[in-house]
Ligand binder design. Sequence first.
Ligand code: FMN
Length: 331
Amino acid sequence: MTIKDIAERIYLRLPMWFTLLVEVLQYWCRLCKYNASFRTDNDLHKMQYTLLRENHVIEKGMSMKNPRKGFGQAKVTNLINRLQKYNKRYGKEDSRFLLYPLSTIKEYIRYQENDGVDVSRIKEAFDSLCEQSGYNADDLTVSSGISLYHSADIIKDAKGDFRSLLYSRHSVRYFKDELPSKEVIDEALTLASRTPSACNRQAWHTHVYFGKDAHDLLDMQGGCNGFAHDINCCIVVTADMKGFLNHEPFQCYIDGGLYAQNLMNSLHYLGLGTIPLSCGFLTYKLLRIQKRFGIPENEAMVAILGTGYMYDEMNIAQSTRKPFTITNTYH
Ligand SMILES: Cc1cc2nc3c(=O)[nH]c(=O)nc-3n(C[C@H](O)[C@H](O)[C@H](O)COP(=O)(O)O)c2cc1C
């Protein structure tokens, strides 16, 4: 290759490099402004989102197969402290937000007391928070904590109409040892291939792991502390970055996300329990996972779906939803 060829190549690629560099810088600026790690409690919404996250950690703890006796006391104490701060800062602006986390803490106290754990200090702090925020513990009726579900009902409802499919899917955090057959996974993958994608590129890929491989993968993922080894089958959903041009650098996550949701609903429809697990990590961690588990570097990890056969009875976190009136804007 002559120097002229090299210069021509660079010249042709410069605009694309520049476009992507500008994109990265713009994204960096937005992250510095809007990422919830920055000035968290100075922003009502950042504070609410992070409190919801902490609230979910408590619910999730209760939904495991064998929670550690007395688990989560430090986390609940921290949550109460932050809720007090929220109430002081934003109580006048949006006090109803407190109802869900307060209901979760009420359920947590009930759960621990039933288990014979002394949580009197937490109860005191909780009572004081209720008093400060003007709520009576009896007003806290938001569906929260855990509920007991029967797999027979879930499997029946999953085969009902679309509404009952959606309402019967819940994240399940422990499964029977029996592994899902390749036939049932193949059928789910066939159903999920009906997912629409930008220009029908179908850049999604899946990688399926069973048994110890699944456990090791989840240990590395790190979001399943306490239940990683109760999930015996994992499907990693990725999207091939080679499928997208320089004006659509994030499209792989959009197409991959749509596919992951459809795959999860397909598994649910076929009678398996599922849980979506995060791949929202920094690149160095994702690439380490990809190298260890044979996922090519050109694939972007989108989500891990834990799946398996459900026990007859299971505790499942309520994960109450916001009303759509909070999340929708008609223009
Ligand atoms: C992208 C994504 C990542 C998630 N990551 C985790 C995770 O790492 N650990 C976990 O226990 N649950 C995880 N979940 C499950 C959520 O906690 C759960 O979907 C949410 O609380 C709603 O509950 P539901 O799935 O029962 O409707 C994740 C869900 C999504 C959609």
